[in-house]
Design a binder for this molecule. Structure first.
Ligand code: FES
Ligand SMILES: [Fe+2]
Length: 396
């Protein structure tokens, strides 16, 4: 009863704080982008307790293969055994050394120190000289396997959860988002290119930029905005208090058409090659909370994934994956198309990363907070959800 009253007071206060003039007009205060203490909270309460995208299945093209990925400094060994995918800690349970030093491979999972070996599902295969030298009791025997993490496969998308929590993948993403990932997976070509880079900004700033609907017309006026019409985003925005909602976790992720098609050389080339749009022409975005972005600027002919792994409060490692719609083109033709797509995307990314790194620098050298206004209501709502998660304000 008291909890319900408090909850209702708090929610209304949250909604009307702007109207009452008692709310700050920034998305998050500066410490959330530069404090290592906050980063530790993010790691344990957000990234380790929620479903985090790690790879697509074509990264594990061999029937028996593995790749090493990273979530906030914790290495995850993703393995494939036929149609089954597993996620393990990349640590040998004998003396806790790193099991695989390479980024990917097909070699057997055998530790280089004393040759303990493991099956792809993480179970122990063999401990050389076990009976003679180790003489394990039953409890010790049960600790011979790799530590495994929960994994979910949605179409070609692999998500992992590091710590046990009650959150199921269906609690984190709405059905239409999961369905859209499953559906488009059927159209993905297996031939992909990917690369990684490090950037000096807090991971959240990139997602705030992606949700900032006013920037493309200005920042990308000579690139993306020539090809995509973002003017629908300029419809008048109601006052913030009308747009503030007490966001629940699944509503923090979305799949949307964010721009109209103007026609462009690169898209028309694909059309002339018979690669058809999967949706009505437009710029499609998947934004999965907290750190996954995928776009298809040309209605499902090509896709690019941008996945941000936070390294510290001020630094991220970004993985980019470029994918074509399935076709019968030769490897060389696909390679050329993907490379052209990578180069075109690079120009837009450089513009975005310049802006985001500039915001990070501003946060560090200036003492004033941002002054964002009503059109950022979506960022404001997500920031509130984020704070409730990392500070455990679950009572509300
Ligand atoms: S540390 Fe791996 S087998 Fe000994
Ligand atoms: Fe942008």
């Amino acid at each position: 009863m008291i909890k319900n009253i408090l909850q209702s007071v708090y929610r209304n206060l949250y909604k009307y704080a702007y109207k009452l003039n008692i709310s700050n007009n920034h998305i998050l205060s500066r410490k959330y982008y530069s404090s290592e203490k906050i980063f530790e909270l993010e790691k344990s309460r957000l990234f380790f307790r929620h479903w985090i995208f790690l790879a697509i299945t074509s990264e594990l093209s061999d029937e028996k293969s593995w790749v090493v990925k990273n979530i906030c400094g914790t290495e995850v060994l993703l393995t494939r055994d036929g149609d089954n995918y597993y996620a393990h800690q990349n640590i040998c349970p004998h003396k806790n050394i790193r099991l695989c030093d390479e980024e990917k491979g097909t070699r057997p999972l055998t530790c280089k120190y004393h040759a303990w070996s493991f099956n792809l599902d993480g179970s122990n295969k063999r401990v050389p000289l076990e009976d003679k030298s180790y003489k394990f009791n039953n409890r010790q025997k049960s600790c011979k396997n790799l530590k495994t993490y929960e994994i979910e496969k949605i179409g070609v998308f692999l998500f992992v959860k590091i710590k046990k929590s009650s959150i199921r993948i269906q609690d984190q993403f709405e059905p239409y988002v999961l369905k859209s990932l499953k559906l488009i997976s059927n159209y993905f070509d297996n031939r992909i290119i990917s690369y990684k880079e490090k950037r000096n900004f807090n991971w959240k700033l990139n997602f705030e930029n992606l949700r900032d609907a006013l920037h493309p017309a200005v920042l990308h006026s000579k690139s993306l905005s020539k090809e995509v019409d973002f003017t629908a985003q300029y419809d008048e925005i109601p006052p913030v208090y009308e747009k503030r909602v007490w966001l629940r976790l699944p509503y923090a992720s979305s799949f949307s058409n964010d721009g109209g098609y103007k026609g462009s050389d690169s898209f028309d080339t694909l059309a002339s090659k018979g690669i058809k749009p999967l949706f009505n022409e437009g710029y499609f975005n998947w934004l999965l909370f907290p750190n996954f972005h995928m776009a298809s600027p040309n209605a499902g002919r090509q896709f690019n994934i941008e996945f941000l792994n936070p390294i510290s409060s001020k630094c991220v490692e970004i993985t980019h994956i470029f994918i074509m719609q399935k076709s019968s083109y030769s490897n060389k033709e696909i390679e050329d198309e993907l490379e052209a797509y990578r180069v075109a995307g690079r120009k837009i990314l450089e513009e975005d990363y310049w802006a985001v790194e500039s915001v990070q620098k501003g946060l560090e050298f200036s003492e004033i907070e941002q002054n964002v206004g009503a059109y950022e209501y979506w960022n404001l709502n997500i920031a509130n959800l984020y704070k409730r998660i990392i500070h455990r304000w679950f009572i509300f």
